[in-house]
Design a protein around this ligand. Structure first.
Ligand code: AMP
Length: 115
C-alpha cells in the first residue's frame, strides 16, 4: 500500500493543478474531468479506502475534507447551485487510486442514479 500517484502529487514529484492546501489536506483538478468543476480532495496521510476509516479515529480529518469541499465550491462559484461529493470504495465502487479521495463535481446538473 501507499506510494500511489497521489502520494507523488503530495510530494511534488509529479505535477498537478493544486487548488487548495492545508496541513492535512490537498485538493487538485482531476486529470479527466467529468464535470465543468471536478476537484479531488485528499488527506495527505495515506489511507487506502473508506473501509480503513472510522468516525472515532478520523472524524476530524473527514471534517477537514468537507471544509475543503465547501471552500472550493465557493471558490468556483458552484456552492449555491449545488454540487456532488463522491467517495468510490473498492472494485465495485469504481475506485482506481487507492489513496482516499473525495470527488467534488459541479457546474452542471447531475444525473441520478449514477452509473
Ligand atoms: P477513483 O476512480 O475514485 O479512484 O478516482 C480516481 C481519479 O483520479 C480519476 O477521476 C482520475 O481521473 C484521477 N486521476 C488519476 N491520475 C491523476 C493525476 N495524475 N492527476 C489528477 N487526477 C488524476
Amino acid at each position: 500500500m501507499g506510494n500511489t500517484i497521489f502520494t507523488k502529487i503530495i510530494n511534488r514529484e509529479i505535477p498537478a493543478a493544486i487548488v487548495y492546501e492545508t496541513e492535512n489536506v490537498l485538493a487538485f483538478k482531476d486529470i479527466n474531468p467529468q464535470a465543468p468543476v471536478h476537484i479531488l480532495i485528499i488527506p495527505k496521510t495515506e489511507i487506502p479506502t473508506v473501509r480503513e476509516l472510522s468516525g472515532s479515529e478520523h472524524g476530524a480529518l473527514l471534517g477537514e475534507l468537507i471544509d475543503a469541499a465547501n471552500v472550493i465550491a465557493e471558490q468556483y462559484g458552484i456552492a449555491e447551485d449545488g454540487f456532488r461529493l463522491v467517495m468510490n470504495c473498492g472494485k465495485n465502487g469504481g475506485q482506481e487510486v487507492y489513496h482516499l479521495h473525495m470527488h467534488l463535481l459541479g457546474g452542471r446538473s447531475m444525473q441520478w442514479p449514477p452509473g
